[in-house]
Design a protein. Structure first.
Length: 441
């Protein structure tokens, strides 16, 4: 028996969370990653628990099928649909996302990503207010005031603090953590709180009021005393924070789903973005979302550069229309509108509402995923694909919109999402041409 091949992959990229750390050193023995140096506890679990599942390359109605038969069946489902949807996309490469948008355009459907169920309100706020933005590299080298609002990086993004935002020594903050003030605003004392200099416990669902009080204070307007009772923060705390924000050299507000998915949603995020914009009268200040899934930021970028909007886009009229609530997948399914679906690297059957799941189960749909999920089990046609980052190269975007290349650890026997989607797009085009030729005779 040949000895198992051992290799080291340097500067590999972890795609488990939006930090997209690209300094992994992976030890690979055959088809297993045995060490993941530099990875956090989540990253280690991502790499070390990865194994190639023995599954058919494709199934039709749950029965093993050849790749060609599955591609034919999938292409027919999508080409024949009247109101198809394309959904998922946050756990795959930008190259695959790009082809998925092309398919949505070709079949005149909706394209939507998991952003619509996490930072969708932030995407709407960016469209409305704009974004004063910077990279995590600038934060590392310059930020002396770092605020986290409605997020718990110690548990959700374990290396954010050590790699980018609070601990590292930077060009203009040579003493690292000592040169920074770290503020955490949250409704509960999370695991991140002990590491912050200032923890402000805000009443649940009062983010909008607190952010507007800060906007007022930054502009020199004193809010009414009732704001204390309203938000749970004293006027003194609010005044102190506004003062720190105005007098820092470089400030950044990182906001999580505690801001974007609580009462007020996009209005909360608009308030945070507007506060950052206001502060630029006095200093340099930025606001950035803490993005979750590995390449959800790539999905936003690809859908935006292709259609002009980040998610919830309808291409049925031959031009893009953006309307969250109307064209977002949870809604098109729950209302029973979609008549076919293409789901890429996502599990709506595992986490959507009951009406949405029931409707998805009642229509033909195609699913691509490296693992077996409730969605792939119920799919009319399912494809087993290679895991991005571990088995396939490509590009992903870090949460600050910086593109990062992937360095795969070893090859998978399964094709990549991009390969399946490209073949699907080609076959749909052929079917449409065939139909157009037939109609011409
Ligand atoms: S912080 Fe996120 S990207 Fe970095 S190693 Fe941990 S899970 Fe992976």
């Amino acid at each position: 028996m040949a000895a198992t091949e051992l290799k080291i992959v340097s500067n590999a990229t972890c795609t488990f969370c939006g930090c997209v750390c690209d300094d992994m050193e992976l030890t690979v023995e055959g088809n297993h990653i045995t060490k993941a140096k530099n990875a956090c506890v989540l990253g280690k679990a991502w790499f070390l628990n990865h194994h190639i599942e023995e599954r058919p390359i494709a199934t039709i109605h749950g029965q093993p099928a050849s790749l060609d038969d599955a591609l034919e069946a999938a292409a027919r489902i999508l080409a024949n649909a009247r109101y198809p949807i394309v959904y998922g996309l946050s756990d795959t490469t930008c190259e695959a996302q790009r082809v998925a948008v092309a398919i949505a355009d070709r079949i005149g459907g909706c394209v939507d990503t998991t952003t619509s169920v996490c930072h969708g309100p932030s995407g709407m706020a960016f469209q409305g207010v704009g974004e004063v933005t910077c990279t995590l590299g600038e934060v590392k080298n310059r930020a002396d005031l770092v605020l986290f609002w409605g997020s718990n990086p110690a548990e959700s993004h374990p290396r954010h603090w050590s790699r980018y935002s609070t601990m590292p020594k930077g060009l203009f903050v040579p003493n690292g953590r000592k040169d920074r003030t770290v503020v955490l605003v949250d409704v509960r004392r999370s695991k991140s709180a002990p590491a912050a200099d200032i923890f402000l416990q805000i009443k649940p669902r009062k983010d909008f009021e607190a952010l507007w009080a800060l906007r007022a204070l930054v502009k020199g307007v004193e809010p009414e005393a009732s704001i204390e009772e309203e938000t749970g923060l004293s006027l003194e705390q609010l005044r102190d924070l506004a003062h720190r924000m105005k007098t820092c050299k470089f400030g950044v507000l990182f906001f999580g789903m505690g801001l974007s998915m609580t009462r007020g949603k996009h209005l909360n995020v608009e308030a945070a973005l507007a506060l950052a914009r206001d502060l630029n009268e006095f200093t340099r200040f930025y606001a950035k979302p803490m993005r979750g899934h590995g390449n959800v930021t790539g999905a936003d970028n690809v859908v935006s550069w292709s259609t002009g909007y980040p998610f919830g886009v309808n291409l049925g009229r031959g031009y893009p229309r953006f309307n969250p609530g109307e064209f977002t997948t949870a809604d098109t399914l729950a209302r029973g509108e979609a008549d076919a679906a293409l789901i890429i690297a996502s599990d709506p059957m595992g986490n959507f509402s009951q009406p949405a799941r029931e409707h998805l189960a009642s229509i033909p749909y195609v699913a691509l995923d490296p693992k077996e999920t409730a969605t792939t089990r119920g799919a009319t046609v399912a494809f087993t694909t290679a895991t991005y980052g571990i088995n396939t190269p490509g590009t992903v975007y870090r949460m600050d919109d910086v593109p990062i290349p992937l360095r795969p650890a070893f090859e998978s026997p399964y094709p990549s999402d991009e390969q399946i989607l490209s073949a699907l797009e080609r076959r749909i085009r052929e079917l449409q041409q065939h139909r157009a030729n037939g109609a011409g005779h």
